[in-house]
Design a protein around this ligand. Sequence first.
Ligand code: MSP
Length: 509
Amino acid sequence: MSKECYYVTTPIYYVNAEPHIGHTYTTVIADVLKKYHQIKGEKTFFLTGTDEHGLKIEQAAQKTGKTPQEFCDEIAAKYKNVWQKLGIDYDNFIRTTDPKHEECVKIILQKLYDKGYIYKNKYEGLYCVGCEKYFTEDDLTDGLCPDHKIKPELLAEENYFFKLSAFQEKLLKLIESDEILILPDFRKNEVLGKLRLGLEDISISRSQLKWGIKLPFDETQVAYVWVDALINYLSGIGFNNNEKLFNEIWPADMQLLAKDILWFHCVIWPAMLLAIELPLPKSLFVHGYFTVNDQKISKTLGNVIDPVALSEEFGGDVIRYFMLREATFGLDYDFSIDAIKRRLNTDLANDLGNLLNRSVSMAGKYFDGKIVNTRRAVPLTLDEEVSLTAAAVKKDYIEFMDKLALRQALESIWKLVVRLNRYVEETAPWKLSKEGNNERLAIVMYNLIEGLRHIAVLLYPIMPQTAQNIWQQIGLNDNVKNQNLNNLTWGQLQETTVAKGDPLFKKSE
Ligand code: MSP
């Protein structure tokens, strides 16, 4: 039996530093996917949260003089604040210091232990605290971690190990056959290439760290932060305390992440699930990085862009639009404020804002805002063409959204925006009014408002507030989020009275 609920996740973010546009990008996409599946009439569950254990967090807390828990509480609240500003509607915000999560990690580690997948061994290696992982000499660039540009520490410990090597063949088959679908294709090949070289067992505990979850079978050690963190995808949907919910939601339909954590998600995570005999995630999408001046964004490099400041300056919806419209999902994108302004001034203020503004203004001027579907009137070729454009746009949009071609999905909506703006020029309502051709004028006004209704529904997942604003200005009083995309067809709108509001967007100099 297949489950009905669409389950989308983001990585849980480290609280050693504040949220930046990179974290925002992943979370916005997860929210867009949730909303898209909602307007397709599906049940959805969207999980995000924060990763709060480990040496890196312990050290960051120490620097501020706060206890690790106080420190985590503060940063987790900052994440929640950013998500609120960006209209992110998660169903659960999981924190790894949540006692329910801690209990879940213990249950799963015990299961792995009981099934014989965990054993004790000595370990010595070069550890990068920034990455919270061990490196080999070959992985380093001039002796430094390639991401954090710092020298890893030599750690020697007696640890517990997970028998990752036992899963090489199974994982190869599952990934090759797309049973675990890794997107885009080049990331799948990257994983397969590395997987074919062989798998080594991994250390899954730390003996000297305090800030972590104690192993259920040896309280002198704590769980490796990555094992702890990956389990959030299960604990966050009730694995150990709400079986009904868990069975409705698991397995994940879409797990989002960037290329930095590919291996953990595409190899270690499915291996853990195979070991405890749970179904595997259906797909993982590995997106690129937002960079600043072609550099990775990091606190160490001092090039962090604050999403709160951005959303205060431009508005959350504009940031959402910009991210999806500019970056090709899967590839790196170099961030620039100029690009936000360009998109705001042209696509948003000129094209969309203007279309709404002139349509509701004319409807107000010519018909006191009243719009009626006059079925009697024979539509002209031009009207038919507009309605056909709307149908084609909806079809393309669905195809693009389904394959996560998010930029192209937005481009398809803009085909309708541009077509409708041209329709205004072609039909010249002001001339029709002068000629007293009210019958034709009414049809033109109807088509504009009906077009805007289509745009609002299609745009909702990406720009929820803007879509609702359009919805209200074209006189529809319910909530655009309750619309069903499958039923969206031209001519459904019977009558409405438009209610002109403020411009959708303010241009930026
Ligand atoms: N805590 C781990 C994840 C554990 S998930 C079980 C972690 N945290 S992180 O704070 O470093 O977040 C990494 C994720 O944040 C990336 O995979 C990506 O989703 C997002 N991004 C962080 N920086 C990014 C960019 N510069 N650009 C795009 N996304 C980025 O790793």
